[in-house]
Design a protein around this ligand. Structure first.
Ligand SMILES: *Cc1c(COP(=O)(O)O)cnc(C)c1O
Length: 370
């Protein structure tokens, strides 16, 4: 058994001295929040890194989603979304008074299936938008969703919390849709401990989102109802210290993922199919078992070895107790079945290859015996 527990993610930390240099800047000008110079610098650096414009930084990804829903005028409306995601996608919708309607997912990409979206639009022509998720950093079928949005006059928001550093057709996945949000939570590929952002595509939206993050006013000029979801200078500082390491971290994650694939019994497991044209960020390493029973056996044995993979995402959001009646009616057999059989294995920069060998050996033994 391993002495130290192995979790599914481990936050990347830059050398403390590099954070300290940035912290000293905040200390010396004594500006700790309210859109200070470090936040500004992070915003500019991110825009350059991702080749996008109009980034609005926030205190986390969930509030970023809520602001995107609000600014797009979707609050209170019927929105098509996916049950195969982290609960925050759903909670942002419910918190904004929306009625989520679940579309099923594509069994290969694990992202929302445009065919299922189309079916829902026939049943619910009053849907006003789509909130889709680029699951595990894989790309949704953005072209097909785009066509549906144009045809039915829908707003498209992407929960791109997993996609930092993924590109599709050489373009950041964060650049697609009317709005895209990212999370910079400590467990994500790029992080600022807590943080997030919204990417929008008009000056007006960018301006309004910025106002929404800080109470809707500039000095004594109150322009709209806002909230407080600013990114502090201390969070921006850690983001600035982490960002330069991202390209190398993605390379390390790629190597570790390939090692997993070379050692695991891939003929008995399924992995999400990555879209052509996608340059993947290796944010997660999910595997899908043939049965939930097999997954549970593997999970149990790994846990007795002090290894803690995560059923990400389990349970399917279709089963949550607080769904509105209309939401509960959505049937998503593919998402429900994938949610029962998917397991994310540990993947982070400092994960030593011998652990991957150990994990693969355990999985191979159990899968072969079942
Ligand atoms: C992490 C995550 C969020 C929430 O982001 P926070 O920054 O933790 O609020 C939203 N959606 C998905 C898919 C996520 O994985």
């Amino acid at each position: 058994m391993n002495d130290t527990p192995l979790f599914v993610t481990r936050s990347f930390l830059p050398p403390a001295e590099e954070y300290e240099v940035l912290l000293r800047q905040a200390f010396s000008n004594c500006q700790l929040t309210n859109h200070g110079p470090l936040e500004n610098r992070l915003k500019n650096d991110l825009q350059k890194f991702l080749h996008v414009q109009n980034i609005c930084l926030t205190s986390n990804g969930t509030l970023a989603l809520m602001l995107a829903i609000r600014q797009s005028g979707l609050s209170g409306k019927k929105i098509i979304t996916t049950p195969y995601t982290y609960v925050a996608t759903l909670s942002a919708l419910l918190w904004e008074g929306c009625i989520p309607i679940f579309a099923d997912i594509d069994p290969h990409s694990l992202c929302i299936a445009p065919k299922s979206v189309e079916k829902i639009l026939q049943e619910h022509p009053d849907c006003a938008g789509i909130l889709a998720v680029h699951v595990y950093g894989n790309a949704c079928e953005v072209e097909a969703l785009d066509v549906l949005c144009h045809k039915h006059n829908l707003i498209c928001i992407y929960d791109a919390a997993h996609t930092f550093g993924s590109t599709y057709l050489e373009r950041s996945l964060l650049d697609f849709g009317d709005y895209a949000i990212c999370s910079f939570h400590a467990t994500k590929l790029f992080h600022s401990v807590e943080g997030g952002c919204i990417i929008s595509h008009t000056e007006e939206n960018a301006y309004n989102l910025h106002l929404l993050t800080s109470f809707g006013h500039i000095h004594d000029d109150h322009q709209m109802l806002g909230i407080n979801t600013k990114m502090s200078e201390l969070h921006a500082a850690i983001g600035l210290a982490v960002l330069p390491y991202i390209p190398n971290n993605i390379m390390i994650r790629k190597k570790l993922s390939l090692l997993y694939e070379s050692l695991l019994p891939m003929e008995r497991l399924t992995r999400p199919y990555l879209h052509d044209g996608l340059k993947y960020n290796y944010a997660y390493f999910p595997i899908i078992f043939e049965s939930e029973a097999c997954l549970l056996k593997v999970k149990k044995v790994l846990e007795t070895n002090n290894i803690f993979p995560r059923r990400y995402f389990y349970p399917s959001l279709t089963t949550l107790p607080y769904l509105p009646t209309l939401t509960r009616k959505s049937l998503c057999p593919v998402a429900d079945s994938i949610a029962r059989c998917a397991l994310c294995l540990p993947l982070y920069e400092t994960l030593e290859p011998h652990y991957i060998e150990q994990i693969a050996t355990i999985i191979d033994r159990i899968v072969s015996a079942s």
